[in-house]
Structures are given as C-alpha cells and as structure tokens.
Design a protein around this ligand. Structure first.
Ligand code: GZL
Length: 344
C-alpha cells in the first residue's frame, strides 16, 4: 500500500502541479482575478516538497469552532512543510462533500475534515480511498459501513464529557442538600446527528437515569449557536415555570440562554433559580464560571491541528497510526477556573 501511495503521490503531485499551473494561468488570464474562495488558498503552485492537505471545516458557528480552525491553520503552513487548501462548509454537508470531491480532483496528499453529522459519507470517502488519498477525521466521527474509509479520528470523548456534566450536577445538588428533591431539567442540544450532541446526550443520560428524582422536561436542538440557544431557552421558559437546571451542550448556546434567563427575571447560578452546566470551556464562559452564572463547564479541547499533523508525520514515515486519538480535557468549576484563566 505505501509503495502504491508513493507511486500515487508522484502521479498526484504531477497531476496536481499541472492542474494548479493551468488554474493559475486561467486565473491570471481572467484579468488577474483573485483565486476562488477556498479553492487556491496559496498564491503559488505548491512546491513539490510541500505536503498538500485539503481541509473541510464545518463552519464558524461557535467560538470553539474558530479556535479549532485556528489550531489547523497554525500548523499547516508552508514553513512547516505544508500547502493548505482550506474550505469552510458554512454548516452544510453538501458543501463538505463538494470540498472533498474538489480535493480528490486536485489529487491532494491528505484530506482532513470535521463531519457536521455522522451519516452520508460512504460514497465520497470511497472515492477518496479509490484515489489513494488518506482521510483523517477531526473532532466529529462518521458512521460508515467500512471503517477503512478513514485512517484516523482525532477528538474528545463526548460520552465522557456528558458523564462529567452529570457528575457536576450531582455534586452541585449535594452541596445544596437537594439529592432527594424533584429536579426539573431542560437540555439545549447541539446539531442533531453530530457526534458531539449524540455523545454528550448519551453521557449525561447515563448519569440522569441513576436519579429517579431528575425529570428531563425537554431536550431541543439549538444548533450550537447563540441565537438559537436564546430563542429556544425563551420558549422553554415560557412553557415551563419550574426549570431548575439547564444543560447546554456548548458555550455559544449558553450565552444565548443566559440572556433569555436574564430577560425572564430569573437568576442563573447555584445561588439563583437555574443551575447552568455548559460545554467547551471557552474563555468568556470560564469568566462566567468564576462569576457564578455557570456552575460547571466541561472542556472540549479545540487544539486538534497538532494531532492531525502528527498523524500525517507518522504516515509519511510509514509508522503505525492509532485509529482513535483522544484529546485531553477537564471540568472547570469555581474551584479551579482561576488557574486556567491566568494561563490564557
Ligand atoms: C465539539 C464540537 C462542537 C463544539 C461546538 O467537539 O463538535 O461543535 O462543542 C461546535 O462549539 O460547534
């Protein structure tokens, strides 16, 4: 396989250089038009010594996603030996599939992407495999019939994140002496069908089902965005007058939900009306943990670019690559948040 890949790589590089030279001439011929968005991020034909990496990112839906993108663009530079073709799918699976097909036609050396949802990738990943282009999954997973369609996945343990959120709620209710009280919970979930939403829900529910006095009133898809988080929390507050806990599957939705809670006249926090547990642990959310509006924030490490580069380095050196590569993360509460804020 590796021999074929090298042969394929020479063919791909040759083809790629011809394709890109043609593209540059064509663009130059169009009165010097600027490169199409994402098509040719680099201004020159890649030097044959550069490793060409096509990256399809979900979008820019959250602070976390922006940090995740930054970790990729920080690593895949020419100085580090890469030619990066980066495409933002703007939250649409069809844009990711188009991007992957574009990378295949440009015969890149590697494809890396964060699949917005788990299903619908078998065909395009088979096309990449048949083109001899290794695929690396970032952050979220795919559900495919043949796991050989990707070489590695890098991301968090979402189910454990959900369990950690449940345990943080257990500890909070214990501090409040409410272990036996009937507790009413609403959940703002992330994008339906995404690994992060599926895993966090599964993990939290595995703890919730141990507590017969925990009553989940409603779980709703708020798409990982602030606007949708606020809209859905306003609706939930109108519908239920007895909400005790909000589980919000990312900080962006939490920011919107906190605004909805404020506008309703209720107080978020352990010393208020609604306990709030969040995910991602972005800086502005950690400030709210310190202030008390958020009781616990489960970190989801966005810095995955280095992990992708390590997988590529190992493949270039014909070393073994682990199929699943987990990033480090922890839970932040009032007890430990100051230390992290001082690092930032
Ligand atoms: C988590 C990632 C999620 C974040 C959100 O790994 O998939 O997507 O929690 C982001 O902020 O939108």
């Amino acid at each position: 396989m590796q021999g074929m890949r090298w042969l394929g790589s020479i063919k791909r590089r040759g083809w790629l250089s011809i394709w890109l030279l043609f593209a540059v001439i064509l663009m130059g011929g169009c009165a010097g038009g600027s490169p199409a968005e994402g098509e040719m991020e680099g201004e020159t034909v890649p030097d044959d010594n550069l490793i060409v990496v096509g990256v399809s990112q979900i979008g820019s839906e959250s602070v976390w996603r922006t940090a995740n993108t930054a970790s990729i663009q920080r690593v895949f530079t020419k100085e580090n030996g890469y030619f990066l073709i980066f495409k933002n799918a703007r939250q649409k699976q069809e844009n990711q599939i188009k991007a992957l097909r574009s990378f295949i036609s440009q015969r890149v050396d590697y494809i890396a992407f964060s699949p917005i949802t788990e299903r619908g990738w078998d065909t395009v990943l088979l096309e990449a495999k048949e083109a001899g282009i290794p695929v690396i999954l970032i952050d979220r997973k795919v559900k495919v019939r043949d796991d050989s369609l990707y070489v590695a996945w890098i991301g968090p343990d979402f189910v454990n994140e959900g369990r950690l959120a449940g345990e943080a709620l257990e500890e909070c209710l214990k501090r409040q002496g409410r272990q036996e009280e009937s507790i009413h919970i609403v959940v703002l979930q992330g994008t339906e069908g995404s690994t992060s939403a599926i895993g966090r829900s599964r993990g939290f529910l595995s703890v919730a089902e141990e507590h017969k006095n925990w009553n989940i009133l409603e779980q709703v898809d708020a798409e990982f965005t602030t606007a949708k988080g606020q809209e859905e929390m306003e609706r939930l507050l109108r519908k239920y007058e007895n909400i005790d806990v909000l589980i919000s599957q990312n900080d962006d939705m939490t920011f919107g939900a906190l605004e909805a809670i404020r506008k309703s006249g209720k107080k978020a926090g352990e010393d208020g009306d609604i306990i709030v547990i969040s995910f991602d642990a972005v800086k502005n959310a950690l400030k709210l943990v310190e202030e008390g509006s958020i009781t616990a924030d489960v970190e989801c490490n966005p810095n995955q670019g280095e992990y992708v580069a390590e997988v590529i380095r190992r493949m270039e050196n014909h070393e073994n690559v682990a199929k699943l590569n987990f990033v480090e993360e922890q839970v932040f509460t009032a007890e430990n948040v100051r230390e992290r804020l001082e690092e930032e």
